[in-house]
Every structure is written in C-alpha cells, then in structure tokens.
Design a protein around this ligand. Structure first.
Ligand SMILES: Nc1ncnc2c1ncn2[C@@H]1O[C@H](COP(=O)(O)OP(=O)(O)OP(=O)(O)O)[C@@H](O)[C@H]1O
Ligand SMILES: [Mg+2]
Length: 88
C-alpha cells in the first residue's frame, strides 16, 4: 500500500515500494514499467535504486552510480542529493 507522504511544497506524494524476497520475480522490470507509464501520464516520478546490483540504474543507461546508496545505508557515509539524475 502506498505510504502517505508530503513533498517540500506540501503536495501529497505517493511512495510505491516493489519488494519480494525471491530473486528474479520482475521487481526491477515492474518498477521501470510503472515509472515510465506514470511519467508518460504526466506524473513526476523519482526512482530510488536501493539494490546493490543496481539493475534499475543500469536499465536507464546510468553506470557510474552503482551501489552508492546501498553503501551509504550500510556504512552511514553521506551521499549528495546531487547524485540524482533527471532522466526525462
Ligand atoms: N512479464 C515478464 N515476462 C517475461 N519475462 C519477464 C517479465 N518480467 C520480467 N521478465 C524477465 O525476468 C527476469 C527477471 O526480471 P527482473 O530483473 O525484473 O527481476 P528482479 O526481481 O528485479 O530480479 P533480482 O531479484 O535479481 O533483482 C529478467 O530477465 C526480465 O527480463
Ligand atoms: Mg532487480
């Protein structure tokens, strides 16, 4: 179920987490498809790839930021918001 959350402009935003303990169950494919379809429908989408495999990151042609968020969560080291990329 999407969590209720608010952006900095106090606009309601929805968080959709795709999770399944079993591998190869189309989590990444589903995430990418939902993101692209929502975006084409005019919704602003922010994808967060927390998987150290970084398949979602690579699916969108980004290769230089693999496992940075995963490592930051593991070690407590900081990462910059500037690591986000505008894709479309
Ligand atoms: N609807 C589908 N029909 C057929 N194949 C699919 C479908 N959705 C995904 N696949 C294929 O299944 C494989 C696993 O998909 P995906 O990488 O999205 O799974 P995942 O759950 O993210 O895997 P992992 O646990 O390794 O992160 C990929 O090769 C993908 O192309
Ligand atoms: Mg995956």
């Amino acid at each position: 179920m999407p969590a209720k959350c608010y952006s900095l402009q106090h606009m309601p935003i929805k968080i959709i987490a795709i999770a399944n303990q079993k591998d190869g169950t189309a989590k990444t494919t589903t995430t990418a498809a939902i993101a692209v379809l929502l975006s084409r429908g005019g919704v602003s989408v922010h994808m967060v790839d927390m998987d150290p495999q970084a398949s979602l990151t690579r699916a969108f042609g980004l290769t230089d930021s693999t496992d940075r968020l995963y490592n930051a969560l593991r070690t407590g080291e900081s990462i910059s918001v500037g690591d986000s990329r505008v894709l479309w």
